[in-house]
Design a binder for this molecule. Structure first.
Ligand code: ZN
Length: 104
């Protein structure tokens, strides 16, 4: 069975949250390194955490409507809210319709 546009958005949002969770874990490690006096190692690990969280948010930002290819990062984020957006604001595609095989 083909994936809906909403399921595609949820999948991308879930991946972003997983990457951000990893970044938070790495940030905790960085803080622990700072606390134990390893300032240089803590700084390097802290920068890694910032870069990883940036990559995760960039991945979500690149989420596009599979039908019109408009950037829909805010719409994709709303896919997890109790009252999410149901249509693409640019082309009117129903997010519960089948996802065309254009974007991955
Ligand atoms: Zn669209």
């Amino acid at each position: 069975m083909a994936e809906t546009i909403r399921a595609y958005f949820k999948r991308r949002t879930r991946r972003t949250l997983q990457v951000c969770a990893v970044a938070v874990a790495i940030a905790v490690i960085a803080m622990a390194l700072f606390a134990f006096g390893y300032v240089l190692a803590g700084g390097i690990v802290g920068v890694m955490a910032v870069v990883i969280s940036g990559v995760g948010l960039w991945y979500l930002h690149l989420t596009k409507c599979p039908r019109c290819l408009s950037q829909l990062s805010a719409t994709a984020s709303s896919a997890r809210l109790p009252h999410p957006i149901n249509f693409c604001p640019y082309c009117g595609a129903n997010l519960d319709s089948e996802r065309p095989c254009i974007a991955h």
